[in-house]
Design a protein. Structure first.
Length: 92
């Protein structure tokens, strides 16, 4: 029963949308990695590449982890633009 429920492709798309909305309210690229994982898992389920619920969860976890690592690497150099001041002008 649960494996049939998890094998519905549009359910994974709905989960991806919900996780992307949560990412808007709690930024940090954590939920976005899971949303990307759910979206790619929806593609695998839609084309029938995943035969069991255990493999489905493993694919979702693996793809989510890879997406999270990719987002961390892509946005690692992005900074807040805050300038760090190391010298006080009043010390002279």
């Amino acid at each position: 029963m649960i494996s049939a429920f998890l094998g519905i492709w549009w359910l994974w798309i709905a989960v991806a949308i919900v996780l992307a909305i949560i990412e808007v309210f709690a930024p940090g690229f954590i939920f976005l990695g899971f949303a990307i994982g759910a979206l790619i898992t929806a593609g695998f389920v839609g084309f029938g590449f995943i035969p069991s619920a255990a493999m489905l969860m493993a694919v979702f976890a693996g793809v989510s982890l890879l997406a999270w690592i990719g987002l961390r690497l892509a946005f690692r150099s992005q900074s807040s633009g805050a300038k760090v001041i190391t010298r006080d002008i009043n010390e002279d």
